[in-house]
Design a binder for this molecule. Structure first.
Ligand SMILES: NC(=O)c1ccc[n+]([C@@H]2O[C@H](COP(=O)([O-])OP(=O)(O)OC[C@H]3O[C@@H](n4cnc5c(N)ncnc54)[C@H](OP(=O)(O)O)[C@@H]3O)[C@@H](O)[C@H]2O)c1
Length: 292
């Protein structure tokens, strides 16, 4: 099987490369090799390489910056999957489009099922929702939604909090973290396994994958401090104070409750989830020493 991977330098991309299946021909593209904002380049890559699957892990992921750069976010998050779907329709290949819990508005208070209607709050979510629709124009496409992605490398909440715990503990200052947004942290390791499984077999076209359980950003920050100390990645943790979203205004509005209902998808993918705290312990053990 030949797979064209986008976003190879991203946190998910790196986890996918590290967990590639034996015997798989993986063509991993970074931004310099394939600009996702250029639909012609996306079409040309498919026509030249004729992959069995495009695994589109690349995305414009800066949720707040997307509010002031909507055209670029739209080009990358919707234009690229549209171009891939169009070209793959000609070559006979398939598309796995990675998407997000931010396609939902967060108002329902119970986990979102894959077949539910989307209603994004911000530009990032809207462009990712448009990317899902464009991908699904291709009969062989699948969409895999996930949430709160983090891993031992790259730019993510876990590594930022690890650094801030170290700084604030040294200053004797507390960390203030939003406690009224609830979701589920998902490690790049488990997400990569779910992506690889999604490339085999049939079943639902929209899948949900996150680690198990639920957390607020506050809960996640506390656990990063506690388990960071246990893993030897932090000398000591800072005190963590819960705040509201109103205390921490951001350009983009975020869903208050964006848990994904994953039960059916877990069966489809044949994967057992880890509780997010256990997954966090694994990630922290893999963080290069000195990152805290
Ligand atoms: N991060 C999350 O919390 C989260 C939550 C839910 C869903 N997701 C989805 O999960 C997937 C993987 O995200 P991630 O966390 O791995 O994000 P990431 O670490 O930000 O990686 C995204 C990658 O996309 C690349 N990219 C951005 N614009 C590009 C362009 N114009 N041309 C080519 N490449 C471009 C980036 O390249 P550079 O390295 O050059 O910047 C980066 O390597 C995305 O579809 C995202 O929407 C993420």
């Amino acid at each position: 099987m030949k797979v064209l991977l986008t976003g190879a330098a991203g946190q998910l991309g790196q986890a996918l490369i590290a967990s590639r299946l034996p015997g798989l021909e993986l063509i991993a593209c970074r931004r310099a090799e394939l600009d996702l904002a250029n639909p012609e380049a996306c079409r040309a890559a498919v026509q030249a390489l004729r992959p069995d699957w495009v695994l589109n892990a690349g995305a414009y992921t800066a949720v707040d910056s997307a509010e002031s750069e909507p055209e670029l976010a739209e080009a990358v998050n919707a234009g690229a999957p549209r171009a891939f779907a169009e070209a793959l329709a000609e070559t006979g290949g398939r598309l796995l489009q990675v998407s997000t819990d931010f396609v939902f508005n967060g108002a329902q208070g119970t986990p979102y099922r894959p077949e539910q209607a989307v209603d994004p709050l911000g530009v990032y979510g809207a462009t990712k929702a448009a990317g899902e629709r464009a991908a699904l124009e291709l009969p062989g496409a699948r969409v895999l939604r996930t949430s709160w992605v983090y891993g031992p490398v790259g730019k993510n909440f876990c590594l930022t909090m690890l650094r801030l715990h170290g700084l604030k503990a040294a200053e004797g200052e507390p960390l203030r973290v939003v406690a009224d947004q609830v979701g589920c942290p998902t490690s790049t390791r488990s997400l990569a396994a779910a992506c690889w499984r999604a490339l085999s077999g049939e079943g639902p076209r929209i899948l949900h994958w996150s680690d198990a359980g639920a957390a607020s950003w506050y809960d996640f920050a506390v656990a990063i401090g506690e388990l960071g100390v246990t893993a030897g990645r932090l000398e000591r943790m800072a005190a963590v104070r819960p705040i509201t979203s109103g205390d921490y205004p951001t350009p983009a509005q975020r869903p208050g409750y964006s848990l994904l209902e994953c039960t059916a998808s877990r069966l489809t993918l044949g994967l057992e989830p880890l509780h997010w705290r256990a997954a966090l312990a694994e990630v922290l053990a893999a963080v290069p020493l000195g990152s805290g």
